[in-house]
Write a protein that binds this ligand. Structure first.
Ligand code: SAM
Length: 256
């Protein structure tokens, strides 16, 4: 098993696959899948996985990772991004879109998510993971940087300029609103990594049993809504609402 953080992020992907497929093998799009850590694990389980990412270096690493894993069916890597997604993949061709760690970095999260509904089959699911704002506030305060903690606390995901303010941070309600505006119904909103990013790695790596105990604690906390707001990762799984008209992939930006 890899580092605690990666394992917990993988568990989130596994949760989404379980909810979207209930044990079936799925067509999965990993939008902004990067070097393919999750994508290759999904493919190794038999899912048919496509990664769309604007980084040629990341796609090269994905390819290497897939070869090393000896995948029977390789992950399809596509150079592209959310803006030109429909130039690369067919409409209504996926059961699940994973979009983890991407909305923090794009200019407009609503625009980045807009084409997702169009590439999902009816009743398909999206899994969105973003960085939590409250956890960032806590981390800054614990490091003694109280002024930055207070500045972060006063920000909202809308109007966040990633060029001048760095990676965007969210609260869970902002993600749910974003998805609701795009005709998705949230089926699970959970927190990932309450303590994993805060505990010194010396403790986790050297104390016998600490790693497994931390993983077990984190899984319990993921299931507790009391801790969602304190989590470093905010994970939302949502289903395309069959009763709502699909949003126009080229339409105007929804508000956060
Ligand atoms: C922090 S990495 C996350 C990688 C992976 N999803 C994960 O969870 O480990 C962000 C990835 O998003 C990609 N990316 C940035 N903007 C994007 C966009 N507009 N559409 C799709 N991918 C994008 C980057 O190239 C990068 O690989």
């Amino acid at each position: 098993m890899g580092p605690v953080r990666s394992e917990l992020m993988w568990q989130a992907v596994a949760d989404a696959v379980q909810i979207a497929g209930d044990g079936d093998l799925l067509d999965v799009l990993d939008l902004g899948g990067g070097t393919g850590g999750d994508a290759v694990r999904l493919a190794a389980l038999g899912h048919r996985v496509t990664v769309v990412d604007p980084s040629p270096d990341a796609l090269a690493s994905l390819h290497r990772r897939g070869v090393e894993a000896g995948l029977a069916v390789p992950v399809t890597g596509v150079l592209g991004d959310s803006a030109d997604l429909l130039d690369h993949v067919a409409p209504a061709s996926f059961d699940l879109v994973v979009c983890h760690g991407v909305l923090e970095h794009v200019d407009d999260p609503a625009e980045a998510l807009r084409p997702v509904a169009a590439v999902l089959r009816p009743g398909g699911h999206v899994s969105v993971m973003v960085a939590g704002r409250n956890a960032a506030v806590a981390a800054r305060a614990l490091a003694g940087d109280f002024a930055t903690a207070q500045t972060l606390l006063g920000r909202s995901a809308s109007g966040w300029d990633v060029r001048t303010m760095g990676a965007r941070r969210f609260v869970a309600q902002e993600v749910e609103t974003l998805l609701a505006d795009l005709a998705f119904v949230t089926v699970r909103s959970q927190g990932v990594r309450v303590f994993a990013d805060l505990v010194p790695s010396a403790i986790v790596d050297t104390e016998p049993g600490a790693r497994d105990a931390l993983l077990a604690l984190e899984r319990v906390l993921t299931g507790s809504s009391e801790f969602t707001g304190l989590s470093a990762g905010l994970h939302t799984i949502a289903r395309l609402d069959l009763t709502a008209a699909p949003p126009d992939p080229g339409g105007k930006s929804a508000t956060l």
